[in-house]
Design a protein. Structure first.
Length: 308
């Protein structure tokens, strides 16, 4: 994953103490690292990166309450929450499950963009777009319709891997992504007629009724806790017979959880119920993994649904 986010405190000495603290942390001397971070914070009380790092160290030291306090300070110091302190608070059980801070997603993928494809495809065996492609072809074959789409929208398009997989079957591709750096890469593929830096739900809301006959989300709904709004909006944007196809990570239980990797996992029944509530008919729901972690396939679902 990407290098960790660093937001300067604006105080040179505090920043230097932070650097030393990180060295100590990497060497495994967590107590000394925490001490040095506190010294940095003394100089710059609104030093979000120091608070956030301290939260992680305190967690590793088993100091739950102190970790929570540090993550709360990190979020207070950077109200956009670019470090994703909210997610750490959810994971630690201090806060209930909620959405990801958009600024966190943007910062994460802006940093990740230059090495995204090598990291994901080569290191994690990413296969989301290929799985979606096969599932969409099968869903179309089942209703004896050609797998050709005039207008497709790629939600969380990233660098454009889904458009690459579907290039020959789509006339006009629109890509939507929160990260400007990922969008730059997508633009370089030349595969998108339109690209928008936007939150995916907001981007979909700006589209006309029946404005796209295919909506894709490859490895992007893992960053959305609640899929209901985006699926309802997808239904509005599709014409009758139009498809929405997406991958999610999943888990054996009900509902939605946040995994250790800070990605949401959606239960299969949760997905089925939401599709039904959104007025979308399930065409395919397959238990297939889109990527590996530690060389093990991460449990996932590949889903295709149609507007009736
Ligand atoms: C793991 S990447 C997958 C990219 C691409 N779909 C692919 O298959 O290679 C997830 C992408 O979703 C984007 N993303 C996450 N949450 C988003 C949101 N709420 N709105 C728009 N884009 C989002 C990220 O910026 C990132 O580029």
């Amino acid at each position: 994953m990407p290098v960790r986010l660093f937001l300067s405190s604006g105080d040179l000495v505090a920043d230097r103490r932070f650097d030393f603290a990180r060295d100590l942390q990497l060497k495994g001397d967590l107590v000394a690292a925490a001490d040095l971070l506190l010294q940095a914070i003394e100089l710059a009380p609104g030093f979000a990166s120091a608070w956030f790092t301290l939260g992680g160290i305190r967690e590793r030291l088993g100091e739950r309450d102190a970790a929570i306090a540090a993550f709360l300070k990190a979020r207070a110091a950077d109200s956009d929450d670019r470090h994703g302190a909210s997610l750490r608070l959810m994971l630690i059980g201090a806060e209930t499950l909620s959405g990801m801070p958009p600024a966190y997603v943007r910062a994460l993928f802006d940093q990740y963009a230059p090495k995204f494809e090598t990291a994901l495809v080569d290191d994690l065996g990413y296969r989301g777009p290929a799985l979606l492609f096969k599932a969409v072809l099968a869903a179309r074959a089942a209703v004896r319709k050609p797998a050709f789409f005039k207008r497709a929208i790629d939600l969380g398009c990233g660098t454009g891997l889904a458009a690459t997989a579907f290039a020959r079957e789509v006339d006009h591709f629109t890509g939507i992504d929160l990260s400007p750096r990922m969008i730059e890469r997508a633009r370089a593929t030349g595969l998108y007629a339109e690209l928008e830096v936007a939150e995916m739900l907001e981007g979909l809301r700006s589209k006309p009724d029946a404005g796209a006959d295919l909506i894709l989300a490859a490895d992007a709904f893992v960053y959305l806790a609640d899929l209901a709004p985006v699926l309802c909006e997808a239904r509005r944007v599709l014409p009758a017979g139009g498809l929405v196809a997406f991958t999610v990570e999943t888990h054996g239980g009900d509902g939605v959880i946040l995994g250790e990797g800070l990605r949401y996992a959606h239960g299969a029944n949760y997905v089925r119920d939401l599709l039904k509530a959104a007025g979308l008919a399930l065409s395919r729901l397959e238990e297939l993994s889109a990527r590996n972690e530690d060389n093990t396939p991460v449990p996932g679902l590949v889903v295709v649904a149609a507007k009736g």
